[in-house]
Write a protein that binds this ligand. Structure first.
Ligand code: NAD
Length: 332
């Protein structure tokens, strides 16, 4: 039913059904690494709850999935507190919605600014702590405030440097993922052994990393792309694109496909380019992330309880039902 035809009571009833349903699906997805439904089923239910809460703000509850970063922590893994929270990302599913995000941001920002376009890697977020250039602790996002200590697991991943090229004390964030070839081979082995296959590379990566037995992680051929830092002060750069370059100089693996876009026409071209290349990439992506390129502007814009205000994810349609969504012309 269109939301503008609902009474507040009807909306409340619907929201009260959606919240526990989404929470349950979230637990299966984040905590057990075994989703019960396809992502687009979850995404549609989530988008409906967002729309209901936007139309009837009284319905927002602190425990709503829209107000919390998904995921908790395994009881048997040690915990890590993130001094600077690890957030999720707001998402949009059409170029129109992406244009609305851009317009909202430009209304709130006086100066002109660029975006940095990046691939949205289909893995799980990790945080790597370095003290004086030495890797000391690695963790999962968890609920954003408290994650799991997976230092020993992360030490098995060859793309994570033990020592940086400069003795910095920093928390670097990014994505741990399982390359497509490793995912297919793993599922073949699991099926041959009578075990349930992983639903997708993201769940496979999460299930492989959140392991008490480090040898299991070591055997799973995980890889990383780092793309963020909790506090940019120790870096020389003041832009998101420069951050990716500087992280690479420090020894991290970063994704080389990023591109600075001066306007939404350039963002649209980037989306079109990578949507077409998606199937040929050796790792899964589920969309594109656009980020205000200035790090001071990112800081100024800040975040809600769940998502940064300076970035948004444009989600691709599920791979099997990809349609011609790029018919829309961008006007510069
Ligand atoms: P998200 O995964 O959609 O987006 C946020 C994450 O994107 C970040 O935490 C980060 O890990 C990642 N990311 C990848 N590349 C990035 C880049 N270049 N820059 C910044 N971040 C990047 O958000 P979420 O809140 O973690 O999870 C929601 C997603 O999980 C939805 O897609 C939803 O479909 C899925 N989900 C599915 C189920 C299910 O039952 N199928 C349940 C819960 C959630």
């Amino acid at each position: 039913k269109p939301i503008n035809t609902l009474t507040e009571e009807q909306a409340a009833t619907e929201a009260a059904e959606l919240r526990p349903q989404l929470t349950k699906w979230g637990k299966q997805y984040y905590d057990a690494d075994a989703p019960a439904v396809e992502d687009d089923v979850y995404d549609r239910a989530y988008a409906r709850l967002v729309a209901l809460e936007a139309a009837f703000p009284n319905l927002v509850t602190p425990d709503s999935p829209t107000q919390r970063v998904g995921g908790t922590t395994r009881g048997d893994l040690p915990k890590v507190t993130h001094d600077i929270p690890m957030l999720s990302l707001g998402d949009v599913f059409s170029l129109e919605e992406l244009g609305e995000f851009d317009e909202r941001l430009r209304t709130n920002v006086d100066e002109d600014f660029d975006y940095n376009c990046e691939l949205k890697i289909d893995g799980l977020a990790i945080s790597l702590r370095y003290e004086n250039g030495e890797f000391v602790q690695g963790s999962t996002r968890g609920n954003g405030q408290i994650g799991e200590d997976i230092t020993a697991n992360l030490k098995t991943i060859t793309s994570i440097p033990q020592t940086l090229s400069r003795p910095l004390t920093i928390d670097v964030r990014g994505e741990c993922y399982m390359p497509k070839a490793a995912f297919l081979a793993l599922n073949e082995r699991r099926e041959a052994a009578g075990k349930a296959p992983f639903a997708n590379p993201r769940n496979a990566a999460a299930g492989s990393l959140r392991q008490l037995d480090v040898q299991v992680t070591a055997d799973r051929q995980l890889a990383t792309f780092m793309y963020n830092i909790a506090d940019y002060e120790p870096l020389n750069t003041r832009s998101q694109s420069g951050l990716l370059d500087e992280l690479a100089e420090l020894g991290f693996t970063t994704n080389p496909t990023y591109q600075v876009a001066h306007n939404m026409a350039e963002v649209g071209a980037y989306i079109e380019q990578y949507q077409a290349k998606r199937a040929d990439l050796p790792y899964g992506i589920d969309g594109i992330v656009i980020k205000a390129n200035s790090l001071p502007l990112q800081r100024e814009l800040g975040a809600t309880v769940k998502v940064p205000r300076w970035a948004i994810a444009y989600k691709f349609p599920p791979e099997e039902v990809q349609t011609k969504i790029l018919d829309i012309e961008w006007t510069v």
